[in-house]
Design a protein. Structure first.
Lengths: 464, 464
């Protein structure tokens, strides 16, 4: 079990003054080369020290034979050398006073080398070092620009600064979501791929993030947790302060086997996990993409109830959204007499005044503006879903400003649904960049909204 | 009920020699303007005749005061004028010998004007005209370049020629999927948005597509069907020849109401529909996006069983795929001794030889090639799922050729999973363009694969 000091020392990994890249390389497809390049290209502001006895210089930076040789201050070492060399290097880190270490290298518990992994644990304890990994991608912190993800920047986009922390046991699953997050201009506070968790595990990360001021929501991907009780307790505590969205992979026996040979952790009974998640009231994702879909809505204000008002310029999309609302046990109330009267006054005669409100394919941005305004003011509506068929001739760029203005009121959650190809997707990206959650399907949007409603209900239940 | 002759006359809508656009306009956001522009820009090869008494010329083409005034041959008229004018125009179509008419205009049954809709029906019967609509987007045929979708081309992409026909009651829901299909370079044979179905309904369209040589698979979005028995019989017959994937919208009572004010059709009990779908053995989609996800896999050869082999360069994605395989009641068999031996010979020592096969993040294209080849030859594996973390440094463009070559063998279904941002999405688009089904999430891919397996099982069940 890691000590408080080790957990606190994570700060030397997230905001280090000086990073050493052990196993830095000139071969561009090698892990050590990609990490070094990403730190330099990513404009990490403190010194970077490549370490590899083979080189005197790498990418214009002096390369050191050993860690000990480095004169400057080093808070964090990223190790990308063969497993067998790691314990010795970790000892050198300890002696050099390095307090945070990321071990990217594989070849430990996941292939049966439990003893080697045990040595890592011992050395880390001896020097009270915070250690992430082994067999992981390490971390990404857009604020300090530390980036140990060994996937090239032109292949995997890096997110901007934001409020979402993402803790993942799987580097691949995690990095895919980071890529999506970055593509849609959703910001993150921290990304942590912790792999085998030889020293610090998911619970330790959650404990650190609980106090992290930049982190507002937490995403978590786990395969196998070693200390279930500790995990449950941390989840319970953290989720009260910051919503935790969790995906448990390795549900079935065959998938469990795959998880074991992945990070050397036993995936355990899915039912036990589900029961823990239910006790802790965390938000459960069942599919990888749901991590991304759910978290985007948690920047919205907490809804005061289950009643959803829907506006659409495409009838069928309204019908599908109504289906999803009913399936998710949300409510689709009839509009009040007053709201109907106001809507009637601004809509063409042939429009039917129902919820979902079909403002017809020829509706322009002004009609969106007026109808959203009416629903924002209606005390009988708790959340607003705005469906925009961007393909319609009368819809134009002004819709971005309109939606952003309502989002900035921060009074009711607003969710946008916009289904389609590249033209529509670009609008979704723009909206997300302005903090408007914008979904590519009615079912994804409503499922996410329901998670927000459930969380809000639990948090403020006495008021409902 | 439409006659055989009316159904057959659909050919004059899909492959017309001469199209009149009634209600053509110079105002670029008007329906009649968009349709005229799309026919001209889309390079429809026969004459186009704008009709509107206000203009002498539109977009460089002579404009006619009335349909009767046109001297040339006209097979199809697209009507985009107010509802009240439609019966008179339809009479003119009949007199002019026009055998196919698309009525885009709304304002009929969906707003209570049942009588007006009745008139449309009568006139169509009198002249044995095929009529699509009213209150619809009409059709798109990439082969003949007829296009009555009144959404501008720069906002809604148009698909290439292909084998998928898409019949939809909702123009909005339908056009969004067309947009996605086009973005991913998946081809279609025909798109039909039939709206209120005053004359020809979904069953008539299916009957027409049953014999259409270009159509290999059929997508269907329905809200409410008027003649359930006819629908069930047609579904049963057509689905035996060409897989039919269907989405029923308006499942709940509130959604039903929305559907009624959308196309004037009663959505009916969802359970009754489900029972019909089960009887007909059609492929059921539950969400809009599933229409797109399911249909892409139906270009693959029919699998001979449920046994899936998985290759991945990202462990966590393999675990998630294994979860999805088990959830969908597909099988994830252990590899045979012979296959294990072959895999062992080509993989690094630290790779675990299991199914899912984790070929590790540093696997290059050659490793993909060799491992796919081994699974293609293994008689104990019926389908192959290839997970590609395109973000990994060692994966490059060659993977496209490798996957395309195996797809072209047409012996086993191959499904690709590639999760991520724009870089990865571009690869998915490229793969789809070459006929390789490529999914953005493990759950979507495996659910689609399962639909193919179920359909194959039913079609060739005696052989399993």
């Amino acid at each position: 079990m890691a000590t408080k000091k080790q957990i606190n020392n994570l700060k030397y990994i997230f905001e280090p003054n000086g990073v050493a890249v052990v196993g830095a390389s000139a071969t561009s497809t090698k892990v050590g080369a990609v990490v070094l390049k990403n730190l330099i290209d990513g404009r990490y502001e403190h010194p970077v020290y490549p370490v590899n006895p083979k080189y005197d210089e790498l990418m214009g930076v002096r390369c050191y034979k050993t860690l000990i040789e480095i004169k400057g201050h080093v808070d964090c070492a990223v190790i990308a050398t063969p497993a067998i060399t790691v314990p010795k290097l970790l000892e050198q880190c300890g002696k050099k006073g390095i307090r945070g270490v990321i071990i990217l290298s594989g070849g430990f518990g996941e292939v049966g080398n439990k003893e080697l992994e045990g040595q890592v644990k011992q050395i880390a304890a001896k020097y009270s070092m915070a250690v992430i990994g082994p067999n992981c991608l390490g971390i990404l912190n857009p604020y300090s620009r530390v980036d140990s993800i060994f996937l090239p920047m032109h292949k995997l986009a890096r997110p901007d600064e934001g409020g979402i922390a993402f803790v993942t046991q799987s580097g691949a699953a995690g990095s895919c979501i980071v890529d999506l997050v970055a593509t849609y201009r959703v910001g993150i506070s921290k990304f942590i791929s912790y792999g085998n968790a030889a020293v610090l595990d998911e619970s330790d990360m959650l404990e650190f993030l609980e106090k992290d001021k930049k982190t507002k929501q937490i995403l978590l991907y786990v395969e196998g947790v070693r200390d279930g009780r500790k995990f449950l307790n941390v989840l319970k505590r953290v989720n009260k302060k910051k919503p935790v969205i969790v995906l448990k992979a390795g549900k079935s026996e065959s998938a469990s086997k795959a998880a074991f040979s992945h990070t050397g952790n036993v995936a355990g009974s899915y039912l036990a996990y589900l029961s823990a998640f239910r006790q802790a009231k965390v938000i459960c994702a069942e599919k990888l993409e749901e991590l991304f879909e759910f978290v985007r809505i948690f920047g919205q204000p907490m809804p005061k109830g289950k009643r959803v008002g829907v506006i659409t310029n495409g009838g069928g999309l309204g019908v599908l959204t109504a289906d999803a609302i009913v399936e998710n046990a949300l409510e689709l109330p009839e509009f009040s007499v007053e709201t109907k009267k106001q809507l009637r006054a601004i809509l063409p005669e042939y429009a039917n005044i129902n919820n979902p409100l079909d403002i017809i394919a020829d509706a322009d941005c002004e009609t969106y503006d007026k109808t959203i305004d009416i629903l924002m003011k209606d005390p009988m509506i708790d959340s607003i879903v705005v469906i925009v068929l961007f393909q319609a001739p009368a819809v134009d760029d002004r819709i971005i400003n309109i939606l952003t203005d309502y989002i900035n009121q921060k009074t009711k959650p607003i969710v946008v649904i916009a289904v389609g190809g590249d033209y529509t997707r670009n609008y979704r990206k723009t909206l997300e960049g302005y903090g408007v959650p914008a979904y590519s399907s009615p079912s994804a949007a409503i499922k996410a909204l329901n998670k927000l409603v459930e969380y809000a209900h639990w948090k403020i239940k006495n008021k409902w």
